[in-house]
Design a binder for this molecule. Structure first.
Ligand SMILES: NC(=O)C1=CN([C@@H]2O[C@H](COP(=O)(O)OP(=O)(O)OC[C@H]3O[C@@H](n4cnc5c(N)ncnc54)[C@H](OP(=O)(O)O)[C@@H]3O)[C@@H](O)[C@H]2O)C=CC1
Ligand SMILES: Cc1cn([C@H]2C[C@H](O)[C@@H](COP(=O)(O)OP(=O)(O)O[C@H]3O[C@@H](C)C(=O)[C@@H](O)[C@H]3O)O2)c(=O)[nH]c1=O
Length: 289
């Protein structure tokens, strides 16, 4: 199977390039080969490569910057995935796409299930939701994997920011009233590969039926929950770094983009159908180990 993988320089894309190897020939493209802001180029690359599967972790992920660049965020997160869906459908290929807890407004403390009402609070979340909707409307066989609070040992993420800041400062002030589940980029990539291996087991004839039966939206987050403050405490504890931590409220840390208060996703459906997901604290330990 030929797999076209986007965003290979990103947290999830980097891990996917490794995790997907066992499934076929992975053609990894970065921004220099396929700029998602250039929709003609997205089309041209897919037509030239003719993959059987497109895996798209590339995204505009700068949540605050998106507030002042809504058109670019929308092009990359909604229009480019729409083109991928259209082209994949024409090729008879399938599409795996990633989305976010930020599609929800986050007013309810209970974990959100796949078909709970969405209502993004910021431009990034709205652009990601538009991407989901375009893919679903296209009719392409697809998986949309919504995840949350992604971290890893490379790229730009909260874990690495906290490790850096804790060494530079005596005290960190961290919001303690936004709740969610930090998810290791490797968990996302390995889980994706495991699901796709199940699809692949059914041979060429069964492949289409598998997508028909199993395609759609799934939540793919670590189990358990914490706050950004709790996540920071755990990071410093695990890394053995001493730094004073002060819990604050969201109002005390003003940013351009509003963020949901409760971002916990229920990943029950994915776990019932495919594979168990780790607790956030255990995954953090493994990542830092
Ligand atoms: N990060 C997080 O906390 C969360 C992420 N998600 C979703 O998970 C998926 C993976 O995210 P993650 O790996 O963390 O994201 P990263 O920010 O780590 O990586 C994003 C990737 O997208 C690429 N990219 C951005 N703009 C373009 C463009 N115009 N053309 C081509 N490539 C582009 C980046 O390339 P370059 O290196 O050149 O900039 C990079 O490879 C995304 O769909 C994201 O929305 C969901 C929940 C949480
Ligand atoms: C650096 C810093 C941040 N914070 C707060 C700000 C914010 O409310 C919270 C999270 O900060 P960040 O801006 O790093 O996280 P943010 O960009 O909001 O992270 C989101 O990214 C996108 C891509 C997603 O899809 C989401 O799931 C989520 O992971 O931590 C502090 O309280 N103190 C600090 O020193």
């Amino acid at each position: 199977m030929k797999i076209l993988l986007t965003g290979s320089s990103g947290q999830v894309g980097y891990e996917l390039e490794r995790s997907l190897q066992g499934l076929g020939q992975v053609v990894a493209v970065d921004r220099s080969r396929m700029d998602l802001a250039n929709l003609d180029q997205v089309r041209e690359v897919i037509r030239a490569e003719r993959p059987q599967l497109i895996v798209n972790p590339a995204a505009y992920t700068a949540v605050d910057k998106a507030e002042s660049e809504p058109e670019l965020a929308h092009r990359v997160n909604a229009e480019a995935p729409a083109v991928m869906a259209e082209e994949a459908l024409a090729l008879g290929a399938a599409l795996v796409h990633y989305s976010t807890d930020y599609v929800f407004p986050g007013q309810d403390p209970d974990p959100r299930a796949e078909h709970d009402a969405t209502g993004p609070l910021n431009v990034y979340g709205a652009s990601k939701l538009a991407g989901e909707q375009a893919i679903a409307a296209s009719g392409v066989p697809h998986l949309i994997l919504r995840t949350s609070w992604v971290y890893g040992t490379r790229g730009k993420n909260f874990l690495l920011t906290m490790l850096r800041l804790a060494k530079e400062r005596d005290e960190l002030r961290i919001v303690d009233d936004q709740h969610g589940a930090p998810t290791w980029s490797r968990t996302i990539a390995d889980t994706t590969a495991l699901i796709l291996a199940q699809a692949g087991k059914h041979g060429q004839d069964g492949w289409r039926d598998w997508w028909q039966e199993n395609g759609g939206i799934y939540h793919l987050s670590s189990q358990g929950r914490t706050t950004w403050f709790g996540f920071t405490q755990a990071i410093l504890e695990e890394a053995g770094i001493d730094c004073r931590l002060v819990p604050i409220t969201t109002d005390q840390y003003p940013l351009p983009a509003r963020r949901p208060q409760y971002s916990v996703l229920s990943s029950e459906l994915l776990q019932q159908r495919f594979v168990r997901l780790p607790d956030w604290r255990e995954a953090l330990r493994l990542c830092l180990a």
